[in-house]
Each structure stands twice: as structure tokens, then as C-alpha cells.
Design a binder for this molecule. Structure first.
Ligand SMILES: [Zn+2]
Length: 500
């Protein structure tokens, strides 16, 4: 019998969000409960468990899982150390095992820890020893560090954005681990650093320029000996020393092959990098286009305040500008505002209240907007997302003013689909304008049916106008923050001692 430990630690952080995230922002589960939860086949662990489960001679030993409910600001030091402690204790009390599979996001940052994932892998090595194979899966927005590559035998990462291949990424990682355990793979990892931060439509893996890079990665994985290949372009809002883009190729036993292919992937990315940014409309132009709309629904993309990327979610800049310009249509917008929700709950459904919405969290960037509004709906904030299952927005109220309907939540939630709006009876198609706080949703959600979609340049801790954010920690020069950026075609090789 082969025993495989499994675990998870996933969070994505914007270091520009002034609100720190905490232990309470995670769903933490340890031991057997990790396997008891409902499996909807939409996460990496589900995919890995399916592969392991199909083997007759494998026993799964669940260890520890910490998954953030949504992305947020930098994690507090004590909060991260509590997660670390839970992880360490679970590994220490686990029965002797033959391998570890770990599902990571990769874009964490905690006070005092700029590479939390590399740190956790280091702790795993301390406890489990140098010989046990450790295979990880990651989001392509993860920040790849030498510590991760040093401690992990192999890394597999998403090939899709918007992300739809979580389970198959876990399955790919699991298959690599099975090959290692069977003695049929001796992984060597090559990685090439690319000094670029990427954003925008060209990163959509179906249609953007990035598809050329991803196609090559998939071809490499299909080669005899190709164990894993991918391109990390990092979360540009996680300002840590290792923030950059990286190619990674894991090959069976052949370091020169791995190196050549990692260079090829990185070269392809660099070839296109100058177009990998998001063209944005000014606020003035976005407002003018919305006012001039001939009909249908205008989608105003406010990716600068995208909770899924780590923003605080309390911006109302677009609605304030539309109302200020005398907009006569009806606009639907999400906003995080605890005092406004509390006022709505106190007043009750049907009451008319005078409150401000927005500007309670990221006070440096957002201004509260005073409104008189009717309380239309109050909800406990538990809802089912359209894409990824259950979500929790905390107590939630729908406040309807003359031209704007606000879905006011107590917590930021990922807004990559229409689940939050639907959960409180708001159908985006029935509005003249909708504020969408997510850089890219799957097309059927908005893009396929709206009359126009406008990406707006307004302040926010996840702005695609990367120069507006004020990076201080990532290595410079880097595109697009600096000019005269040079790409050095240099390969870093990693191989665990047991394969040498
Ligand atoms: Zn991602």
C-alpha cells in the first residue's frame, strides 16, 4: 500500500489593499474532514483525488486545508503563523507516508513572509525529510520562487484564464506523482525568469496572444518525458521580491531538454509581452459612452476594485460619476459596506434610508457616496455562485435609489459571475448599466450579450494601470513599470537529490 498525504493552502493577495486579511477569512479544515466535504469536481484537490482514487493500491491521508473565502489584503503575521502551525501539526501527526500532494494558489503574502508557499514547503521538507516526493499544483497567477522549486519535485499549473481547468491541473499533478512513485520519472525542472507583469485581454487563453504560449506548454506535456509545462505570469498586485513572470518545464531526467523548452516558452512570452496590457478608457470617456448608449446594457468593468484579485470592493467611483453626469438609466453595482448593511437591517425591508455607500475600507482611494434609497432585499449572504459553487458575502442588502441599485455586502466576494446579483433577485440584463468588478468573466456572463463593454481606468488596489499602484518590492526594471527592460535568457535548474 502506498500512502499519499494531501493538503491545500490557497489565497491570493493584493498588497495594495490597505485592509489586512486574517485567519477568519479562511475556511480551515484538518484531518478526515478534508475528504468529507462535498466534491463538485471544480478544484485541484478533487482532480487529484480522482486520479489517486482510481489506483487500487493507494491510501489517501488528508492533512490540512486553508482556503481563503475570497482574496484580500496582506495576511497578518500571527494569522499566517496560525495556518502554518495547523499545517505543521497535521504533517507531524500524519502516519508515515510515501508522498505529499499540495494544492497551492501561489499569490499569498503575509506580514514578515513574502513567500508563504515556499515557507510552507520548507516546513514540509523539515518534517517529511528530503527523500519523500512532493508535488504541487498552482494557479498561473502564482508567484514562482526558488524555494518552491527547490522543495517540490514537480509543479503543475493552470493552462486556462478565465480559470476552468482547476480539477484537470490537480489531476496532471497527481499523475506526475504516480510516475515518480512508480519509479518511471526522475523530474528535473527548468525555469526562466521573464521581467514582465501581464494583464488584459491578451491573457485570455482561448483568444489572446497567450494562447500561443499555452499551446506550446500543452505540446511539451504531451511529449514522451514531458511531465509539466506552464507559464506563470503572477498576480501583478502581489508586490513581493519574486513578483515577475516565469516559464517552467519539468522533464523526465533530461536537464538540457528541460532547459531548451523552458527557454522556448519564455521567449514566446517575451515576444508578445508588449501587447500584454489592458487598454483602458478614462472615466470621462466611459461616462460619455454610457450616457450615449443607444440601448441594451453597458458593462462597465471596474477591475481596479476586483475582490477576486485582492481588492477591498468598496469603490463606487463609476456610479458616482454616472449620477454626477445626470445619467437617466438604471445602474446596478456591487459594493462592500458594513455600516450601510447594518442601517438597512435596522430599518427593514421597504424602509427608505439615507446612508453613504462605499469608501469605508480603502479610504485613500474611495469616497463615500451619499444616497437616499429604499431597502428592497435583505439576505444572509449565503449564495451559490454561477461558476464555482457556494459563496458567502455576509449580511447583504439591496438598496435602490432613483437611478442606482446597490448590492451591498458585508464581505468582499469574487465577482467573476452573476451569482451574487441573482441571489438577491437582480438580473443584470434588466439594467442599462452594470458595474462588473472582475477583469474577465466567461463570455456568456456579460460580454456575449451586452451592447458595449468598457474597461475603465479608475483608482483601485487591483488596477490594470499597473504604474498607478506604486510597486516597491519587486525586482526592477520590469515591464510595464519601467522602460529599457532587458530579458536575460538564463535558465535555473532544479532537481531533487534523489534523482541525481
Ligand atoms: Zn488566477
Amino acid at each position: 500500500m502506498t500512502r499519499i498525504l494531501v493538503g491545500e493552502c490557497k489565497q491570493e493577495v493584493s498588497t495594495f489593499n490597505p485592509v489586512p486579511s486574517s485567519y477568519e477569512d479562511f475556511i480551515v479544515v484538518s484531518g478526515a474532514a478534508l475528504l468529507d466535504r462535498p466534491r463538485d469536481g471544480q478544484c485541484e484537490l478533487d482532480g487529484a483525488l480522482e486520479v489517486f482514487g482510481a489506483q487500487p493500491d493507494i491510501e489517501i491521508s488528508p492533512t490540512f486545508s486553508a482556503k481563503s473565502i475570497t482574496s484580500g489584503g496582506v495576511l497578518g503575521r500571527a494569522d499566517f503563523e496560525r495556518i502554518e502551525q495547523g499545517f505543521v501539526e497535521a504533517l507531524r501527526s500524519a502516519p508515515p507516508a510515501d508522498a505529499l500532494y499540495l494544492s497551492l494558489h501561489g499569490a499569498m503574502s503575509a506580514q514578515g513572509y513574502t513567500d508563504p508557499e515556499g515557507h510552507l514547503l520548507g516546513r514540509a521538507r523539515e518534517i517529511l525529510g528530503e527523500d519523500i516526493p512532493i508535488v504541487v499544483s498552482m494557479d498561473l497567477h502564482g508567484i514562482l520562487t526558488d524555494d518552491i522549486l527547490r522543495h517540490a519535485d514537480s509543479v503543475s499549473l493552470y493552462h486556462t484564464y478565465p480559470h476552468v481547468d482547476m480539477a484537470s491541473t490537480g489531476a496532471r499533478a497527481a499523475r506526475v506523482l504516480l510516475k515518480i512513485l512508480a519509479g518511471t520519472a526522475r523530474p528535473v525542472t527548468a525555469s526562466v525568469r521573464v521581467p514582465a507583469l501581464a494583464r488584459g485581454d491578451e491573457m485570455i487563453t482561448e483568444t489572446g496572444l497567450i494562447r500561443h504560449v499555452i499551446r506550446r506548454c500543452r505540446e511539451i506535456e504531451a511529449m514522451p518525458g514531458g511531465l509539466s509545462a506552464g507559464m506563470f505570469w503572477g498576480n501583478p498586485f502581489t508586490d513581493v521580491p519574486n513578483l515577475r513572470s516565469n516559464s517552467v518545464v519539468v522533464f523526465d531526467g533530461d536537464s538540457s531538454r528541460a532547459s531548451g523548452l523552458a527557454l522556448e516558452v519564455a521567449d514566446l512570452f517575451w515576444e508578445h509581452h508588449e501587447r500584454m496590457f489592458q487598454p483602458l478608457s478614462t472615466l470621462e470617456s466611459a461616462v460619455a459612452r454610457t450616457l450615449a448608449s443607444p440601448g441594451g446594457t453597458t458593462i462597465l468593468v471596474d477591475a481596479a476594485d476586483a475582490p477576486s484579485s485582492g481588492a477591498s470592493g468598496d469603490g463606487v467611483t463609476l456610479v458616482a460619476a454616472l449620477l454626477g453626469a445626470g445619467y437617466g438609466g438604471r445602474v446596478l453595482a456591487p459594493v462592500v459596506d458594513v455600516p450601510a448593511v447594518e442601517a438597512a437591517i435596522r430599518a427593514g425591508v421597504g424602509a427608505v434610508i439615507n446612508v453613504t455607500v462605499g469608501g469605508t475600507l480603502d479610504r485613500g482611494r474611495f469616497t463615500p457616496l451619499p444616497i437616499q434609497a429604499k431597502v428592497r432585499v435583505i439576505s444572509d449572504g449565503h449564495y451559490r455562485g454561477e461558476a464555482w459553487g457556494g459563496s458567502y458575502a455576509g449580511p447583504t442588502a439591496v438598496l435602490e435609489s432613483e437611478h442606482a441599485t446597490f448590492v451591498v455586502t458585508s464581505r468582499p466576494v469574487s465577482l467573476h459571475d452573476r451569482g451574487l446579483f441573482w441571489s438577491v433577485g437582480q438580473e443584470p440584463r434588466r439594467f442599462d448599466a452594470v458595474v462588473v468588478k472582475c477583469p474577465h468573466c466567461e463570455p456568456q456572463m456579460y460580454k456575449a450579450w451586452c451592447s458595449q463593454l468598457i474597461n475603465v481606468d479608475i483608482p483601485g488596489s487591483t488596477s490594470a494601470n499597473l504604474k498607478s499602484l506604486g510597486h516597491t518590492l519587486c525586482e526592477r526594471p520590469i515591464f510595464p513599470l519601467d522602460t529599457d527592460v532587458t530579458y536575460e535568457r538564463r535558465v535555473s535548474l532544479f532537481q531533487r537529490p534523489r534523482y541525481r
